[in-house]
Design a protein around this ligand. Structure first.
Ligand SMILES: [Zn+2]
Ligand SMILES: [Zn+2]
Ligand SMILES: [Zn+2]
Length: 249
């Protein structure tokens, strides 16, 4: 099977990254986080000749859902949202008012997303990871060496946690336990800014850094705690046994 194709469409007042993901063999596509410029997304779908099968939402902030109504009206594609973000989703008109904008309420979601669920576009499956902290119902779609993380993780930064449903400890746990458990070469597509990789962020993200041998497994790079994780405490992620541990533990 061919790898899925990804088209990034940066749009709107918040420079939000909307993504089209397609199974190029079948011509099936989904859209992740249709923000303000729905016409741009629909035009690109037509240009590629793809059929939209679903709308996947990483979270329900205005800049990620402003185009849901128009995209659904044009394509009939069902909308997928984690239920913990439903209150936020229903407050889209109020979110818009905060910025002096107007927005209609989006159509109710058709499907609930849940941690560990799998969703697919054509023949390409993706795992749903619940990654709260930026919002309560934030999710990541991971598969085929790709991760669509919404506003949980950015190149060199993390999502803000001062908005409704935000919590810094929760966000850092999501990043360290869920996102950093993905292979280092995984390409990260964020809700704003350029793409990055899991390995690059583990090494250099100033907010969520993991140092192998200090707080991360030497083999797989996953966070290891508490210290010491000596020779009788293999890494919970990959089973690697730290060679220099205190053998008395
Ligand atoms: Zn957001
Ligand atoms: Zn955003
Ligand atoms: Zn490990």
């Amino acid at each position: 099977m061919e790898a899925p194709r990804v088209v990034a469409l940066t749009n709107g007042a918040f420079a939000e990254n909307c993504y089209l993901v397609a199974d190029p063999e079948r011509g099936d596509a989904i859209i992740i986080d249709p923000g303000e410029e729905a016409e741009l997304f629909l035009a690109r779908l037509r240009h590629e000749g793809w059929t939209l099968r679903a709308v996947w939402l990483t979270h329900a902030h205005l800049d990620h859902v402003a185009g849901v109504a128009a995209v659904k009206a044009a394509t009939g594609a069902p909308v997928y949202l984690h239920p913990a973000d439903r209150p936020l989703y229903d407050s889209v008109p109020a979110q818009a008012q905060l910025f002096g904008l107007r927005a209609e309420p989006p159509p109710p979601p058709d499907r609930d997303l849940a941690d560990g669920q799998s969703v697919s576009v054509g023949g390409c499956g993706f795992a749903v990871l619940h990654t709260p902290g930026h919002t309560a119902g934030g999710v990541t779609f991971a598969g085929h060496g790709l991760a669509f993380v919404g506003d949980a993780l950015f190149a060199g930064s993390i999502g803000r946690t001062d908005l409704v449903g935000g919590d810094t400890d929760t966000l850092l746990a999501s990043i360290r336990e869920k996102l950093y458990a993905l292979p280092n070469e995984t390409v990260v597509y964020s809700g704003h800014g350029p793409e990055t990789t899991i390995g690059a962020e583990k090494q250099s993200n100033p907010f969520a850094r993991l140092v192998p041998g200090i707080n991360a497994c030497l083999k797989c790079g996953a966070e290891v705690r508490p210290k010491p994780w000596g020779c009788k405490n293999p890494c919970a992620n990959c089973g690697f046994v730290y060679p220099l541990g205190d053998c008395s533990d």
